[in-house]
Design a protein around this ligand. Structure first.
Ligand code: UDP
Length: 234
């Protein structure tokens, strides 16, 4: 395996699959199988999940909610998603812990770097829910932060697009995919990989990012085996 320890970022929206709202059991099962196989291959797996399938603070603010409360609602949504994935993983025989960035035992233990690493080294998949615990941040920033803190070799951003393109491939058919790109070129070309706070954290701490399509079964294993799918930012 190319990486020993990873931080996998999954968006909340992707967990929705074809459902109108909330969680898709089919997507959860597909992700759980991919994560199970990666764990069985000996990779230490930390996971941060978004909450966009349930609530986003910015969207809430546009509808009249207080932004900070809206962000807190969004962070709670990430906990719901974390528990859903934990449940799917355990159904597939995977040992998994949910740590929360906001104190809420007995839902999950309170996150700390030491606790996360202890569980990773003991062979548990560790899902860190609750974002960064601060409003005005995103779960991409939480993923960057937890990836750096837990000394992951790479931040894997699983999306529905298979990498980074010169333009949005869903809008521009002439868009070309990068196999590899530097942090500097992403900035120079103003490409959208993650929000700038998250991206800057990775850049300043040299945490490599791989953007890949997690919705194709087996792709997580392909990235881990170094098959060169997706786009690598380094
Ligand atoms: N959020 C936050 N602080 C964080 C992480 C998330 O306030 O550190 C809130 C924010 O309102 C965000 C929501 O949680 O809109 C869901 O997270 P995100 O939008 O990143 O989820 P995704 O788009 O990946 O599903």
């Amino acid at each position: 395996m190319k990486y020993k320890r990873i931080l996998l970022k999954l968006s909340g929206e992707s967990l929705q699959g074809r459902e109108q709202y909330g969680l898709s059991p089919a997507v959860l099962q597909s992700y759980a199988e991919q994560i199970r196989d990666a764990a069985a291959a000996g990779v230490q797996i930390g996971i941060v999940i978004g909450g966009g399938n349930i609530f986003r603070g910015l969207t809430g603010a546009k509808r009249g909610f207080d932004r900070v409360k809206g962000d807190q609602m969004g962070m709670l949504a990430t906990i719901i998603n974390s528990l859903a994935l934990q449940s799917a993983l355990e159904d597939n025989g995977v040992k998994c812990k949910v740590l929360t960035s906001i104190r809420m035992e007995p839902v999950g233990e309170y996150y700390s770097k030491a606790r996360a690493i202890e569980y990773l080294e003991a062979g548990y998949v560790v899902i860190v829910g609750g974002g960064t615990s601060n409003p005005y941040f995103t779960t991409d920033s939480a993923a960057a932060l937890r990836g750096i803190e837990t000394e992951a070799d790479v931040l894997l951003k699983g999306t529905r697009v298979d990498g980074i393109y010169t333009a949005d491939p869903e809008k521009d058919p002439a868009a070309v995919k990068f196999d590899e790109i530097t942090f500097e070129e992403v900035l120079a070309r103003r490409l959208k990989v993650m929000d700038l706070t998250a991206f800057t954290l990775c850049r300043e701490n040299r945490l490599e990012i791989v953007v890949f399509d997690m919705d194709t079964a087996g792709n997580l294993g392909r990235v881990l085996a170094g098959e060169g799918i997706g786009t690598r930012v380094k």
